[in-house]
Design a protein around this ligand. Structure first.
Ligand code: FES
Length: 112
């Protein structure tokens, strides 16, 4: 089981701590299942970048990035070595602590 700390760049959103999170699911699935605001406009098939997150702790507990994810992350403004697409970030069947930071999601909602 994992403990996942989630912080937000959007002002006014308080950090969240999730405990007893099972491996074998993606960070996007964890977010959706816990009503955490994280956009996923392509439905989680690695065809957009709206699920971009920063993994600040625990990257080794997430499946390695593939070429497609790497290509999409290359299009994300502000991406860095901590960047992952949540829909591609599968938690390994293990346990431990992961900390992620979610960029301000309002940028994706401006014209909707
Ligand atoms: S939801 Fe579109 S790339 Fe993750």
């Amino acid at each position: 089981m994992y403990t996942i700390q989630i912080s937000f760049e959007e002002e006014g959103l308080m950090p969240i701590s999730l405990t007893n999170v099972e491996g074998g699911q993606t960070l996007l699935e964890v977010a959706v299942n816990n009503n955490i605001p994280l956009q996923h406009q392509c439905g989680g098939v690695c065809s957009c970048t709206t699920c971009h997150v920063y993994v600040e702790k625990g990257m080794a507990r997430i499946r390695e990035m593939n070429r497609r994810e790497e290509d999409y992350l290359g299009r994300v403004k502000g991406a860095n070595m901590e960047s992952r697409l949540a829909c591609q970030s599968l938690l390994l069947e293990d346990r431990g602590e992961i900390s992620i930071r979610i960029p301000d999601q309002r940028r994706y909602l401006k014209n909707t």
